[in-house]
Design a binder for this molecule. Sequence first.
Ligand code: XMP
Length: 327
Amino acid sequence: MAAERRPADMVRITTPELAQAFIDEQIKEIREQVGDKKVLLALSGGVDSSVVAALLIKAIGDQLTSVHVNHGLLRKGEPEQVIEVFQNQMKANLVYVDATDRFLDKLAGVTDPETKRMIIGGEFIEVFAEEARKLDGVEFLAQGTIWPDILESEEGIKAHHNAGGLPEDLNFELVEPIKILFKDEVRIVGEQLGLPHGMVYRQPFPGPGLGVRCPGAITRDRLEAVRESDAILREEFAKNGLEGKVWQYFTVVPDFRSTGVKDGKRAFEWSVIIRAVNTNDAMTATVENIPFDLMCHLVERITHEVPGVNRVLYDFTPKPTGTIEFE
Ligand code: XMP
């Protein structure tokens, strides 16, 4: 069995060699734990679940079934990247579920942020459980729990969001191969496993996804405006050397319209708010000083390329008083 706790004298994984030693050891331990049985994994495409998937594919190949639930609130290109990396390149046994309509129908008209979160979380478990029941003979559930998750749940800071939540009939034994690692170690292990750099070093992205960046009741057209403007922001940050430098950056499209003018006609449309912040622990955050020329270029692109948008605003608010997300 894998270590339950991070050994006090464990050397921090900082090099490809140390990462490889960890990978070799985990492959052995996973094989010992799982034998010839089947394992299930919810693969979001985030750093932790992606690294667990890559590790398990190496250890047990197609004994692993990964389920990627697209809740319709992912960023542009994310589901495609999961399919490309895991199904096409790593030859994983991947079940892709496009549950967009289910999620958006349930969320229709819901304005309260915490209710939105509960609906998204609850529906996710339901969709995943349905897929799990379709599979025969699965005995294990793999999870991307990492060491800070365990420490924070022990300290009562946050509930360990990975653990549990599945209905009682799905009583799996857990496989948690990266649970003694810190986040920076997970990334190094991920690169050593051959995952794309952009996937392993991507900025934090909340579980409820773009749903909390489309404040109030989510509508498909406003959600598309969030997704498209976010894609432009990410593209421009990458081009201008800000990717990997700024901790988290995204766009928000609030539910109000203002008067503007487009092609000589009155345009009563939405505003896109840009948020770009730096932090160490997400408890406090400062605002990134985006160069003025880049800001003007972002305004130009977003107002011309994103349907239904006539203004772009920049959020200068640190945390506190603002939180990083808007909901
Ligand atoms: P706030 O908005 O609280 O965000 O300043 C701090 C960090 O947490 C992320 N965040 C979430 N992550 N589920 C998540 O998995 C959530 O519901 C959620 N809400 C906020 C946020 O993106 C930021 O990195």
